[in-house]
Write a protein that binds this ligand. Structure first.
Ligand SMILES: [Zn+2]
Length: 167
């Protein structure tokens, strides 16, 4: 699948999940609550410092997302949303896989289509396009947007670029 198709699909799937389980679009979106709504257990444990999180789907009755409890809150939220992205994609493709995510894969520099999907999904889930456009049009700057959506300013900047609101 081409990168652009993957990105569009991820955006679409995030919107679908939000409309099903987060219909009033309360900001900030809680990836933990969305995971639980999908029947995924979320646990916070101390992982090696280069490891952000993982999803275990293959060996458990119910899937588990594990998040590095030593990471910052912003990072943990992104990791959780990213792992939900893997879950959605695997479910769609009828796969049952475990995956471990390192800081490098979450940095968005990879070319693996599952990682591109999960990163785009996470951004679209935590920073829903419709809400980003609304407050951006109201004149909010990046720092205020990042606080509103509870993301890093870097993730916020990237989202604004992807939505073509800034260059
Ligand atoms: Zn991943």
């Amino acid at each position: 699948m081409k990168t652009m198709e993957t990105v569009l699909l991820a955006e679409e799937q995030a919107v679908t999940l939000l409309s099903g389980y987060w219909a009033d679009l309360t900001i900030p979106v809680s990836p933990d609550e969305l995971a639980k709504a999908l029947g995924i257990k979320v646990e916070y444990v101390a992982l090696p410092s280069d490891e952000s999180g993982k999803i275990t789907m293959a060996d458990e009755q119910s899937p588990v997302i594990t998040i590095n409890r030593n990471d910052t809150k912003n990072r943990q939220r992104f990791t959780c949303a990213h792992e939900i992205g893997h879950y959605i994609r695997n479910r769609e493709l009828e796969r049952s896989e475990n995956s471990v995510d390192y800081r490098s894969t979450l940095a968005g520099i990879g070319i693996d289509s599952d990682e591109i999907f999960a990163n785009q999904f996470a951004a679209a889930l935590l920073m829903p396009a419709i809400e980003v456009k609304r407050v951006y049009d109201a004149g909010w700057d990046v720092d205020r947007l990042a606080r509103h959506f509870v993301t890093s300013t870097l993730a916020m900047e990237l989202r604004l670029k992807n939505l073509r609101l800034v260059r």
